[in-house]
Design a protein around this ligand. Sequence first.
Ligand code: DHB
Length: 313
Amino acid sequence: MSLQVSLLNNTFANPFMNAAGVMCSTTDDLVAMTESASGSLVSKSCTPAPREGNPSPRYKDLPLGSINSMGLPNKGFDYYLAYALSQHHYGAKPLFLSMSGFSAEENAAMCERLAAVATEKGVILELNLSCPNVPGKPQVAYDFDAMRRYLTAVSAVYPHPFGVKMPPYFDIAHFDMAAAVLNEFPKVKFVTCINSVGNGLVIDVESETVVIKPKQGFGGLGGRYVLPTALANVNAFYRRCPEKLIFGCGGVYSGEDAFLHVLAGASMVQVGTALHEEGAGIFARLCSELQQIMGKKGYKTLDEFRGKVKTLE
Ligand code: DHB
């Protein structure tokens, strides 16, 4: 039996990686991910200049998931580009770099510089179109004209295949419109579904107080709250974007959760809230649990069941 995944000219030992934002902001974090049993890793969404992000507390683990409003704290594009450059090309775990500039032009400028490192080191871009947490900055992917402008600007300067990180959608018409935009861009080779369910509000009943400080307590939800939304978005884009790969993200705590993401259509499977809770040891557990389920069902590879979720008649 094998958990191997081959895509974008890379082979991954298994489909698991961190979700951007978790265990990926510093060199220490990225080394911990590299030394874990994950198949891959992605670095924190970056901006041209370093950012401190929003005031703390800005992340809270909860029984059913998490809420966060980090505000894009990151060490700046140059830091993650230097990390990518420091990596060995051969034998190393493939690295994704997440980018979240504040305009089409900022992203294009970073992409012009990333291009050479992508050629030399094989780093793969995940362009974040779905950051919900910066006050006064609406999510790009909830504005289809803005999304088209960003993808046009990046496609014009970036010669490599890349992926996009999408927010959840909740209406069939929006699945149709978002997929139609993505399908205009042949360099977009993977679609990561989903980012957090934006702007939830968690209130502690005893203290009658919100649990995070930024944005009057409003923040992105992850974890158990979001698994069905994540599976729906993975499958919606899997059905609508037959030329692209889908990366699943949202609510993965167990091998069974990952199995469901692959059934819905996922190629890679990202882990956010559960990784934050459990630490990098989670990847060995997820691999063994996923293999155990595949064994029981008689599957030898992920390809045998990817996207094969059954519907009723
Ligand atoms: C942050 C959160 C996100 O969901 C995202 O996509 C990018 C950044 C943040 O708050 O740092």
